[in-house]
Design a protein around this ligand. Structure first.
Ligand SMILES: Cc1cc2nc3c(=O)[nH]c(=O)nc-3n(C[C@H](O)[C@H](O)[C@H](O)COP(=O)(O)OP(=O)(O)OC[C@H]3O[C@@H](n4cnc5c(N)ncnc54)[C@H](O)[C@@H]3O)c2cc1C
Length: 404
């Protein structure tokens, strides 16, 4: 049985690891020419469900490398006012309404570096990854599904999985009724070295999962999240698993300045700006708060800034279709107001891998297996989309989902 995965983001890679380890024939197609072609963000907060998905997918020695390079933060989200006075400090699970379904022995919260996680998930997949392969279309027949690409020859398989992110081309064919919306929220991201962060941020901001200073009248936030590696990734790989080399990364604190699009100005203008100009925009947005707040983006690495226009999927009823399914942002993209998109994508990967193993073991037909996956996945996935939209509306003035 052959599974074709479109997209080498974290969801597609986690699924590929899991299926390959189970002895399935897997092929993964990614439009980027190489694994780290473009900037993809810095810190990711992973919850227990997600950590358990990674544990299930990876060989034990690779999982040990993941643990050695993941920060165990204090399990809090702290809200401050614009003067950096603490307003509330609460358990992150209470805020995100996360319910964990995992056994003991799993970290419930990790702050990880996205590029390091991707390097780990890419380990030993060179034989099945096809780079520079942009998915164009698929067709299904009695005997299977065929995917067509710009950049490589068509491929035939039994199941096609769309893991191609929020702009999914597979989704436009698999679920043409799906709609996405501009959330009305914009963000500028950057990062500070740990030493610099110590000088401009309160101590708890370097220990908690996430800290946000919040201007409730403008609905503008400055958020920060640390990544302090238990072992520096390159050194961890050298000592624990030399066959899986990792790039050097130094401890840092990621920062985000986010709010309504009207505060940020013209999208096209911001998209054309370089990192230095975005840094200046971020500092100007915070200057009315205090010099202390503006100093946070000013102290960041001037080459680290990028701009994001945040979109959200709009929950809908996914009709079944033989042999083709979706995971992660391709179906239920959400704004990062809860920081849960990657968590849900990895939970999807774990669930889908289990269903595909059942199909391979002939415990269930392809159609029934995929349908059972989709019913469960859209249930929790769109649940988190709705919750992210509610939280985004409260904190950032995100536009409501239609009908809410
Ligand atoms: C700045 C930022 C911070 C975030 N922080 C968090 C956080 O702390 N915690 C959290 O849980 N989530 C977070 N998220 C959300 C999270 O990053 C996403 O939900 C997650 O990456 C989704 O994974 P995915 O595999 O579905 O898609 P992606 O990671 O987007 O991967 C999709 C892949 O498909 C490829 N692709 C696209 N089209 C094609 C095509 N036609 N053919 C072939 N390949 C294609 C793309 O190049 C890409 O590699 C954050 C998002 C952003 C932007």
């Amino acid at each position: 049985m052959k599974v074709i995965i479109i997209g080498a983001g974290i969801g597609g890679l986690c699924l590929a690891q899991s299926l390959k380890r189970s002895g399935l024939d897997v092929a993964l197609y990614e439009r980027d020419a190489a694994p780290f072609d473009r900037r993809q963000g810095y810190r990711l907060h992973l919850d227990a469900d997600c950590v358990s998905a990674i544990k299930e997918a990876l060989a034990p020695e690779l999982y040990a490398l993941f643990e050695a390079t993941s920060m165990n933060p204090l399990p809090y989200t702290t809200i401050m006012d614009t003067q950096f006075n603490i307003q509330r400090r609460f358990q992150t699970d209470d805020y995100s309404k996360t319910q964990h379904h995992v056994a003991d022995g799993i970290a419930t919260h990790l702050n990880v570096n996205r590029a390091t996680l991707r390097e780990i998930l890419l380990h030993d997949l060179a034989d099945i990854c096809h780079w520079g392969a942009q998915f164009i279309r698929f067709e299904t027949d009695e005997g299977g599904v065929t995917a067509h690409f710009d950049g490589c020859a068509p491929v035939h398989g039994d199941i096609l999985v769309a893991a191609d992110g929020a702009g999914s081309s597979v989704r436009t064919l698999r679920a043409p009724q799906a709609r996405f919306m501009d959330s009305g929220v914009r963000a500028i991201y950057g990062k500070l070295t740990l030493d610099t962060a110590r000088k401009v941020l309160p101590a708890h901001a370097l220990a908690d999962i996430f800290t946000a200073a919040f201007d409730s009248s403008k609905k503008l936030i400055l958020g920060v999240g640390p990544v302090i590696f238990p072992m520096r990734p390159d050194l961890a790989a050298e000592s624990l698993l030399p066959t899986a080399p990792l790039s050097r990364q130094d401890d840092y604190v990621g920062c985000i300045i986010s709010g309504r699009k009207e505060l940020f100005g013209d999208d096209a203008h911001l998209q054309a700006m370089d990192s230095h100009d975005l840094q200046a925009v971020a500092a100007d947005l915070l200057r009315p708060w205090s010099a202390e707040a503006a100093r946070v983006p000013e102290a960041a690495n001037p080459d680290s800034f990028f701009f994001i226009r945040m979109t959200s999927s709009i929950p809908f009823e996914l009709a079944p279709m033989p042999r083709v399914t979706l995971l992660g942002d391709a179906i239920h993209a959400m704004t990062p107001s809860l920081g849960r998109g990657a968590n849900v994508a990895l939970r999807d990967a774990m669930l889908l891998a289990r269903h595909i193993r059942d199909i391979r073991n002939q415990e269930v037909s392809i159609d029934a297996g995929l349908q059972a996956y989709e019913t469960e996945m859209t249930g929790y996935g769109f649940g988190v989309v709705r919750h992210s939209a509610e939280m985004g509306a409260r904190l950032l003035g995100q536009d409501p989902l239609p009908g809410t």
